[in-house]
Design a protein around this ligand. Sequence first.
Ligand code: GDP
Ligand code: MN
Length: 350
Amino acid sequence: NNKEVGKASKGQINITIPEYDPFYKRENATFFSLVRNEDFVGMIEAIESVEARFNSKYHYDWVFANDKPFHPTFIKVVQSLVSGQAHFVEIPKDYWSSPKWIDQSKAAEVRRQMKEAKIKYGDSEAYRHMCRFNAGLFYRLPIMKNYRFYWRVEPEIRFNCDIFEKDWFKYMNENNKKYAFTMAPLELHTTVVGLWDTVQKFAKKNKKLIAKDNNMGFLSEDGGTTYNMCHFWSNFEIGDMDFYRLEPYMKFFDLIDKEGGIYYSRWGDAPIHSMAVSLLLSKDELLFLENTGYYHKPNGDCPHNPEIKSARRCACIAVDDFTWDKSSCIPKWFEIHNFEKPDYAPKYKF
Ligand code: GDP
Ligand code: MN
């Protein structure tokens, strides 16, 4: 019952947007940003982009979470930019710390070694708290329990294309999608040592929890023996939190957390989520959100197709596109699904 209010420029894509429809029923959904007070300017830039390219048509809520109290000016300014309700929460200590079974001296030794090896964030404990929180805890915050779907937004990201012709939360709900991604680069192999084996161990112990037509082929080139480093870039994700809240993922995260690799290595929330949704969901429940013009340093998406580019008013050029780059895993995604690859897809290789 949305009203069609117009067509995008050049008339290539029909858009149905609810901004003038008083009866529009939003999904039970919110944007979600974990952010520091110091990220003030970058957060504003990201909000302005998300609002301009999507949310000014839909007015979804936005939850901001911080391990420290938000500065009153942060709250005041950010609140004024969100077209839905904005909520600001401080993360409880036990959601922002290592679990009690972690051997602190072992974790400190790992940080020392990773610093020496110059691994990005290798010496940071806060980065690991962040990964643990994003992988397994954020959806347990009381405020998040009010919502089913979330859309993660980081400071300094932007969307270079209009993506408002569909309400993506509604699209996910109506098409039984549980996890959406837009970029899939390769992970730093030094940060995921032991993760694949842990997931394999989980899979052997919990055969009943594994989805029949799953996406595990996306993550391995040799039938599951080794991990190919492909992952969904979690700085953007739209997800169904009911998935995280049910037994399969609860057990999955529990094992990962118990294993300690978040602290004894630097397992990120991105490979953790990627492996979970690829193992526990059928691959049709995953959604590749294309042609968004999404940008998070140092990679960006940019449509190659001129019709799409003009209809979505993309402020980017295709030579900068990472999606179809040699080191992007999106071509692999097309192979797994037997989707026909567009002309501009390079030959896939590692
Ligand atoms: P990268 O994308 O892996 O390089 O990591 P980021 O520095 O972008 O951090 C990922 C997300 O966590 C971003 O939304 C950050 O704002 C947030 N974040 C990282 N560290 C902290 C922290 O110590 N406190 C808070 N509140 N947020 C953090
Ligand atoms: Mn980031």
